[in-house]
Design a protein around this ligand. Structure first.
Ligand code: AMP
Length: 255
C-alpha cells in the first residue's frame, strides 16, 4: 500500500524508523504529471531496491517565468494511482513552506556548466533545481537516485553535486523514453495544440540529421522552431526549442 507523506517532520521520523534499516532505498524526484518517461525510472527504481520513494513537487524556485509555473500540469490523483501500480512505497508531496522553511535564503550555485545551454536561457533555473534536489537527497538518503537523460544537463549537474558534497547516493542515468513519432515524452507536451504537436514531431528527426550543431539549428529555424540553442557537449548534441509558449528540450548521442 502506497503511503503519501506531506509533512517533512513526519517523513524524518519515518526515515529514522526501523523500516528503513538495512534495506536499499531507491528514489525518483519528479514534478508530477507522470508519464511513461517517469514510469521507466520508477519501475527500474522499484525493481532494483527493497523500498522506493518518489517525490512530487512542482518546484517554484526553478521556474524563471511565473506563467510557465502556473501552466505546469498538476495531476496528483492520477500520479498516485500510477505510482501505486508501479509498486512505489512512499510518495513525498510537500508544500513549498515545508521544503523551504528558509524561504530560499540558501541555495546551491554551480558554475560554469549551470550557466550554459538551458542555464543561459533560464536564469536561476539550475540554482533552483540543485537546491531542491540537495534538500530531497538529504531528507530521503537514498541508496540510488534515478535521473532521466532527457534532462541531460540536469543529470550532469546533479551527478557532480553529489560528488562535490560527498552525498551517499548512486546517481543512475536512465535513457530517454519517446513517443511513437520520436518526440521525447514531457509533461510540457500536453500544452501543445494539435498543430504545434505536429511541428514538435520534427524536433528529434531534425536533431538527428547529419551536420554541425550550427547547421541543425538553422534547419530547426527553417522548419518553424524558435531555437534557444543547439550545442555539442559531453558526447551529446543538446538542444532547446520553443513552439509558441512551450519550450522543448532533447539530446542525442553524437559519435
Ligand atoms: P520532471 O517531472 O520533468 O522533473 O522529471 C522527473 C525525472 O523524470 C527527471 O529525471 C527527468 O529527466 C525524467 N524524465 C522526464 N521525461 C523523461 C523521458 N521522456 N524519458 C526519460 N526520463 C524522463
Amino acid at each position: 500500500m502506497i503511503r503519501v507523506v506531506s509533512r517533512i517532520n513526519d517523513w524524518r521520523k519515518l526515515r529514522r524508523s526501523g523500516e528503513f534499516e538495512h534495506r536499499s532505498l531507491g528514489f525518483v524526484p519528479t514534478m508530477g504529471n507522470l508519464h511513461a518517461g517517469h514510469l521507466s525510472l520508477i519501475e527500474r527504481c522499484c525493481a532494483e531496491n527493497e523500498l522506493s520513494v518518489i517525490s512530487i513537487f512542482v518546484n517554484p524556485t526553478q521556474f524563471d517565468q511565473q506563467t510557465d509555473l502556473e501552466a505546469y500540469p498538476r495531476t496528483l490523483h492520477d500520479d498516485l494511482r500510477m505510482a501505486e501500480e508501479a509498486g512505489v512505497d512512499y510518495v513525498l508531496d510537500p508544500a513549498f513552506s515545508e521544503l523551504y522553511p528558509d524561504e530560499y535564503r540558501y541555495k546551491v550555485t554551480e558554475s560554469p556548466l549551470s550557466r550554459e545551454f538551458c542555464g543561459a536561457h533560464r536564469p536561476g533555473h539550475f540554482d533552483g533545481v540543485l537546491t531542491v534536489v540537495l534538500k530531497l537527497l538529504l531528507l530521503v538518503r537514498p541508496t540510488r537516485t534515478y535521473m532521466g537523460e532527457k534532462d541531460y544537463q540536469q543529470f550532469l549537474l546533479i551527478r557532480d553535486m553529489v560528488e562535490a558534497f560527498f552525498l551517499e547516493t548512486e546517481i543512475i542515468p536512465c535513457p530517454i523514453v519517446r513517443d511513437t513519432d520520436g518526440l521525447a515524452l514531457s509533461s510540457r507536451n500536453r500544452n501543445l495544440s494539435p498543430e504545434e504537436r505536429k511541428l514538435a514531431s520534427q524536433f528529434p528527426a531534425l536533431l538527428k540529421s547529419p551536420g554541425t550543431a550550427k547547421e541543425t539549428a538553422e534547419r530547426l529555424r527553417k522548419a518553424g522552431f524558435e531555437v534557444d540553442y543547439v550545442e555539442d557537449f559531453d558526447g551529446r548534441r543538446l538542444a532547446a526549442v520553443r513552439i509558441g509558449q512551450t519550450r522543448l528540450i532533447d539530446n542525442i548521442d553524437v559519435p
